[in-house]
Design a protein around this ligand. Structure first.
Ligand SMILES: *Cc1c(COP(=O)(O)O)cnc(C)c1O
Length: 233
């Protein structure tokens, strides 16, 4: 059986992408183990997450608070010894921060102090990535270079938040490699403030090799692994 839309197709695409991520790391003179592949499962049913877990995936990405919370409630978060990590990668309103807090182990889209405040917790640790604005369009979200140090400071001083690094989405209409080079520069600046915040979340199905060449430690890959997304869940 080799049905491209079934589990066999999924397994095949997963292995191909994993090999290609490892190749990109080696081509950049890096160890493949430095790059975590987050499989983006937004809009897909919980059954797809279960199939991925059965294939060994332990990091999944979602971009809508309620949809993700429902899925995480159904699929679970694994065990302490073998966790399934839910990464929140979408724009997040402060009034949905509690929902995301309930299931996520990481939020990649921290882009303003008010969101850091809303994510505070005295009970558990949440990994935070600061989402960078790579264009001048304020509608796309992300913190500007000028505001990066103060946002980093807010995350560092907020209980329950662990600053991991930066995150970015390459803008349309620009060579991705050039955009990711700016992400690397922002990461270097961040590390002068927070030396342990070394992570770079960058790269999607179409541009992950470029992101890895510029130092990405976390790639967020959807369609190249899952196939076409349903219109909406
Ligand atoms: C949907 C999404 C991805 C994955 O995109 P693909 O092109 O399907 O790989 C990555 N990052 C973010 C922020 C997304 O919203």
């Amino acid at each position: 059986m080799n049905d491209a839309s079934g589990v066999d197709g999924l397994a095949e695409r997963l292995v191909l992408v994993q090999q290609s991520v490892a190749d990109a790391a080696r081509a950049a003179g890096r160890d493949p183990s430095e790059v975590t592949t987050i499989v983006v499962t937004k809009f897909h049913p919980p059954s797809l997450v279960r199939d991925l877990v059965a294939l060994g995936v332990r990091d999944v990405g979602e971009n809508r608070a309620q949809e993700a919370a429902a899925k995480a409630a159904e699929v679970g978060s694994g065990t302490t010894a073998d966790p399934l990590r839910w990464h929140f990668i979408g724009q997040l309103q402060t009034n949905k921060a509690r929902i995301v807090r309930g299931f996520a182990s990481a939020v990649h889209s921290v882009d303003r102090p008010a969101l850091a405040d809303a994510l505070r917790s005295d009970e558990s640790e949440l990994d935070c990535f600061l989402q960078l604005a790579l264009t001048d369009d304020p509608g796309r979200g992300g913190v500007t270079g000028a505001d990066l140090p103060s946002l980093a400071d807010r995350v560092l001083t907020t209980p329950g938040l662990r600053l991991r690094g930066v995150m970015a989405v390459a803008p349309l209409g620009e060579e991705p490699r050039r955009a990711f080079a700016r992400v690397r520069e922002a990461s270097e600046i961040l590390r002068t403030i927070a030396p342990e915040a070394t992570a770079i979340s960058a790269g999607m199905s179409g541009d992950y090799a470029d992101a890895i060449a510029e130092g990405a430690t976390h790639v967020r890959i959807g369609t190249a692994i899952t196939g076409k997304r349903p219109e909406r869940a």
